[in-house]
Design a protein around this ligand. Structure first.
Ligand SMILES: [Zn+2]
Ligand SMILES: [Zn+2]
Length: 122
């Protein structure tokens, strides 16, 4: 691919905004991508900012707070169910370990809810 502005000059990349081929003289490197020099720098920068913000919001999304507690709850039920039904009753070690997991799941869930909110007021 040739540079959009200079035919015959090989393009080093494409503008993230308009996707035109750019040679090293026409491109501005914005770390996350290239932009047409003196033309699309602000647009590409804005795009990068939006992408970055989305990534941050996604990382802190309330739905993620449910994964760990559900996992611990599942482990807890598995252990306690195994301990209980394998004949040990409620004093067997697996049952007590499972109980610990369930308590831990509740603690993690409540702590996450306090940190991120419960999603109802967002
Ligand atoms: Zn451009
Ligand atoms: Zn060029």
């Amino acid at each position: 691919m040739d540079c959009f502005n200079h035919s015959g000059v090989a393009a080093v990349g494409t503008c993230k905004c308009c996707s035109k081929g750019l040679c090293s003289n026409c491109a501005t490197d914005l770390t996350y991508g290239l932009a047409c020099k003196n033309q699309h720098e602000s647009q590409v920068e804005a795009m990068n900012m939006i992408i970055e913000n989305n990534a941050k919001m996604y990382a802190a999304a309330p739905k993620n707070t449910i994964i760990a507690p559900v996992f611990y709850l599942f482990m807890g039920l598995l252990f306690s169910g195994f301990g209980y039904f394998s004949g040990g009753g409620i004093v067997s070690l697996p049952f007590l370990m499972g109980l610990g997991f369930i308590v831990f799941a509740v603690v993690v869930f409540l702590r996450n809810r306090a940190l991120f909110g419960n999603g109802e007021n967002s």
